[in-house]
Design a protein around this ligand. Sequence first.
Ligand code: SF4
Ligand code: SF4
Length: 280
Amino acid sequence: MWNKDKIRFGMVIDLDKCTGCGACSVACMSENNIGVLHDETDKIRSITWLRVYQIDNGKSFPDTEVAFIPRPCMHCQGGKSGTPGQAFFQEDPLVDAEAHPPCVSVCPATATDYDEETGIVSQIPTRCIGCRYCVAACPYHARYFNWYDVPWPKGTPRALSPFVSPRMRGVVEKCTFCYQRYQRARNKALVDGSEVGEMDYQTACTEACPSGAITFGQLQNPEHKVHKLISSEHTFRLLESLHTDPKVYYMSKREWVRKMADNYVTRHKKLAKAAAGGGH
Ligand code: SF4
Ligand code: SF4
């Protein structure tokens, strides 16, 4: 059931369409003022809110297959066991008091928080004390610590987005689903006396993907594309067995890709049990 007062933004990434081109990462960096460090080969310290990973099926040539997994922050719901393999957004309006993403639960400075209006997990760098508890708590490696001040080349600060504050050394940052875009769309809708439409708020990565692999919208809204996509039998979430209840979903018709996401075993055990009349 869709509850209009509980908007839950989320994303579906079709891994069969993703070519690993990295346009989403670049668009994200540009939109969110993510700097390029002196040594970008140091992947432990470089910052990419949306990192693209490559996986393969482990077979030798000519049977080798690869897939690419773009990984933003999952905007975990947490706090509720959920049902692996089923989008609980569709069955049960969320109880906000139950929401506690792993990173939010451990932050001693309330520098990261769960937005009850949208379900988006925010990051407030000016509150961050740099303890990095959240980095340790995030099972998706979606958080990045600023080891350095960004060496912006002369003149480039003038080209930065005015809607996102650049971060300083010593704080953590992460994907925010381009929240500044939501704020703009919401303000415009308020002035117009309308509502934020599906295309009024789209993330930079969604817009930049040349193969249309990323779909963004309200997970519970039956009029939004993501709502239909999360019902597909080919849809899964990463590390679903941890019950972090991510709002980022993936799709693939390739079984080996779905297997790598770790929900496969649980989901198929449940389906097999249900088919045998064992319920769930
Ligand atoms: S590093 Fe910053 S955001 Fe992360 S837990 Fe510590 S204070 Fe909170
Ligand atoms: S635990 Fe990680 S993936 Fe989940 S909301 Fe926090 S930063 Fe995002």
